[in-house]
Design a protein around this ligand. Sequence first.
Ligand code: TRP
Length: 454
Amino acid sequence: MTQPAGMPRDAWATRLGFILAAVGSAVGLGNMWRFSYVAAEGGGAAFVLLYLIFVAIIGVPLMTAEFVVGRMTQESPAKAVSRIGGPGWRPLGLLFVFCGLGILSYYSVIAGWTMRYALDAARGGFGDDAGAYFMRVGTGMPAVITHLLFMGITVAIVLGGIKKGLERTAVILMPLLFLLLVGLAIWAGTLSGGGEGYAYYLKPQLAELLDPTIITSAAGQAFFSLSLGMGALMTYASYLSSKENLGREAATVAVTDFGVAFVAGLLVFPIIFHFGLQQAIGLGDPISDNTVGTLFISIPPALASVGRLGDVVTMAFFVMLFFAAITSAISLLEVVVTAVIDGWGWPRRKATLVFGLVIAVLGLPSAYNLNFLDFTDKLVGQTFLMVGGLFTAVLVGYRIRPQAEAELAQGLLHPGARAAWMSFIRYVVPPVMLVVLLFLIPEVWTKFRALIGG
Ligand code: TRP
C-alpha cells in the first residue's frame, strides 16, 4: 500500500485505514511468489511451521518496535534512526535505503512477470510446457520490457500523487484477491492427488525442522513478507494516534499477512502434485532455476485445464497480484525517496525520477539471469533485512529503551505485555538473529561463488 508521506499527519481517519495501508505494504509478491517458491525449496511443511514461529517470536515484536520508532519520531525511516540513536546509527539508515534499492530492483522484474502473465491469459494461453514458457518470458528481453514498464508505472504513481486513488483501489482489490485465493484453494482441494500436495505442505518431517537451510529461509521469509528490517513500516505508524495499541496493530498485520501466504500455499501445492509439476519447478533441488518460478509455472496449466473460464480466472489472479505488487513497490520506493529528500534536500520529483531510473538499471541483471535475481533476493531480501532488524532491535531495546517503553505505554496499557515485548526485543530477537545470520552467511557465500562460477 502507499506510504503516506506528504499527507497530513492525521491521515488515518480510522484504525482500519492504517491496518489496510500497512497490510498493503506487507502483502505482495512475498506472500505468493516468494512464499510458494521458498516453501517448495524448503521441504514444505517444516518450512511453514518454522516460518510461523519466526513471525510470532521475531516478526510481531520487531514490527511493534518499528511502529514505536515511527510514532515516536514522526520521521522518515532513514532519518528516524539517526535522530533517536545519534550519528553513530546513520549506517542503519543507509542500510534501509540500500535494502529499498536492492529489493525493488528485482521485485519489479517479478511484478513484470505478473503483467505479462495477465496479458497472455487474456490472449488465451501459455502453450503446453509451462516451465519452458516461464523461461521464455521470465528472462531476457521480454522480462526487461515488463520490468521497465512496471518501474515506469511505479514512478508515475509516486510522482503523480494519485496514491490516494490507488490506495482506494487496493483496498477493494486486496480483499478480492484474498477471496479469489480462497475460492481457488477450495477448487484445488477437489483435484485428485492433491492429498500428496497437502502432505508435503502440512506434515513436517522432524529432521527438516533442524535443517539450518530451512531455518534461515523461514526467518528470511518472515522479514521479507512482513516488510521488516528496513524501516518501511515506521512511516505508517507516524500517522497513528497515541491512543492506538501498537502491539495489537502489529499482531493484526502479521496475522493477515500470514493468512494470505498460507492460503496461497493451499492453492499451489495440490496443483503441483496433481499436475505432476515437481520436475518443472525443480522440487527438492535448491539450485534449479525454475524453483523461483513455482507460482508462475503451476498456476497457468492448472487453470488452463478448465478451459476458457480458466483463462479468465488466471487473468484475474495475475491482475490482482499485480495490484498487490504495486502497492508494495510504492512503499519500497518511498523508503528511498524520503531518505534522499531528507538527506540531500532534493525535491521529491527529482528524487523519484533519478532513483526510479537507478532501480530500473539495477534490475537489468536480474531480468537477464534468474540466478542473479535469486542471489540478490538472498543477499538483500533475506540477509540485509535481518541485519537491519537485528540493529533495530538493539537500538530500541538497549539504546532508547525508556523512551520506547514510554511510547508503547500510550495505548498499550497492560504493563505485563509491555515487559514481555521488551524482553523479546532485548533477549530473543538479537541472539536469534545473530545465530540465523551465522548460518546464513556461508550459504550466501556459496551462492555467490556459484553465481560468478557459472
Ligand atoms: N512485504 C512485501 C511483499 O511481501 C515485500 C517487501 C519487503 C516490502 N520489504 C518491504 C514492501 C518494504 C514494502 C516495503 O511483497
